[in-house]
Ligand binder design. Structure first.
Ligand code: COA
Length: 325
């Protein structure tokens, strides 16, 4: 049987830092409120010349370097993003061009909001299992700062920009041990970033408005905690493990209080939860590979560790992957 292993991980954060103190000058908020409700102190904001493709390119280049393979050894590119540079071509095609990959390989984007990276990794694993693809570049990259209403304190304090990338390689040893993806479209209104739908309204003036992210924070909080708790229990049960066997849990970095709630409900030590939200904010599809890369670089995640990746986001979508690093 063909398995998948993580060969290299890379990430990139834009240079510009937006602190909570900076936000106090933009909307009616305080550092204290943001830290207490979310755990976020600062986030990065893409510069004028940066897009999802440029951030993704930097993360991908770093992942390739760490994996010690060349771009032309990549035989598929999957990009998870909800802030694609263009509706088309896909950010994956833009990346293929930036990486000067001359081979005619498949490249495509997928959208599952903040669960995007988990979805993309599962898709990549399926292709590797199929036996044709050997080295797949999986990228999560976002510039959600451009989809925010900067007068809405309920949302603009939460998000940041960034990118993370993984090279997934065919292997005889299992790296991805199990994976489950879920969605429930009836929750479509509680977290949404509209697009062409706006053009279907009678008010043509709306065509001039850029879409903004809209969210019912309390509902998202409640459902995200519930779905991730259920997914962790399910993944552990089907792999005949308990949380004591797990070295790290990397949840999507949306709110540290969501992580605390899950830790408390499942009676899992919070020390096992990877949290990078303090300095990244919610970077949507980029948050999990960014956190993974940081903890590998810091030597906290080591080869052989069992890690649970837990994504959740608009849709609602969610998913759980158990990996042996
Ligand atoms: N600064 C100061 N006050 C703020 C604020 C801000 N940035 N944002 C909201 N408030 C106010 C609200 O207006 C409200 O005031 P009111 O009581 O006078 O109406 C008060 O704070 C409480 O708001 P509430 O929405 O009840 O806060 P909360 O405890 O639910 O926290 C979130 C709000 C957004 C932090 C929280 O609901 C959350 O994190 N939800 C999940 C969001 C998420 O993860 N989204 C992405 C998922 S991928």
């Amino acid at each position: 049987m063909i398995h998948s292993k993580i060969l290299g991980v890379g990430s990139y954060l834009p240079e510009k830092i937006l602190t909570n103190a900076d936000l106090e000058k933009i909307v009616n908020t305080t550092d204290e409120w943001i830290v207490e409700r979310t755990g976020i102190s600062e986030r990065r904001i893409a510069g004028e010349d940066e897009t999802s493709a440029t951030l993704g390119y930097k993360a991908a280049s770093q992942a390739l370097k760490k994996a010690e393979i060349s771009a032309n050894e990549i035989d598929m590119i999957i990009v998870a993003t909800c802030t694609s540079d263009r509706f088309f071509p896909s950010t994956a095609c833009l990346l293929q061009d930036k990486l000067s990959i001359n081979r005619n390989i498949p490249a495509f984007d997928i959208t599952a909001a903040c669960s995007g990276f988990v979805y993309a990794l599962v898709i990549a694993e399926q292709f590797i299992r199929g036996g044709i693809h050997k080295n797949i570049l999986v990228v999560g990259t976002e510039v959600l700062s451009r989809g925010l209403d900067w007068t809405d304190r309920n949302t603009c304090v939460l998000f940041g920009d960034g990118a993370g990338a993984i090279i997934l390689q065919a292997s005889s040893e299992p790296g991805i041990l199990s994976a489950d993806l879920y969605a429930q479209g009836k929750y479509k209104e509680i977290l949404s970033l509209p697009s062409f739908e706006i053009l279907a309204t009678e008010n043509s003036q709306k065509q001039l408005l850029l879409p903004h992210l809209a969210m019912n924070g309390k509902e998202v909080f409640k459902l995200a905690s519930k779905f991730v708790e259920e997914a962790i229990v399910e993944t552990l049960a089907k792999n005949k493990l308990t949380h004591k066997d797990i070295d790290w849990i990397i949840p999507h970095q949306a709110n540290e209080r969501i992580m605390y709630a899950i830790s408390k409900k499942l009676n899992i030590s919070f020390d096992k939860f990877v949290s990078t939200i303090k300095y990244h904010g919610n970077t949507s599809a980029a948050s999990i590979p960014l956190a993974l890369d940081q903890f590998i670089d810091e030597g906290k995640i080591k080869p052989g560790h069992l890690i649970l990746l837990e994504g959740f986001g608009g849709g609602m979508t969610w998913g759980s992957i158990l990996i042996k690093y």
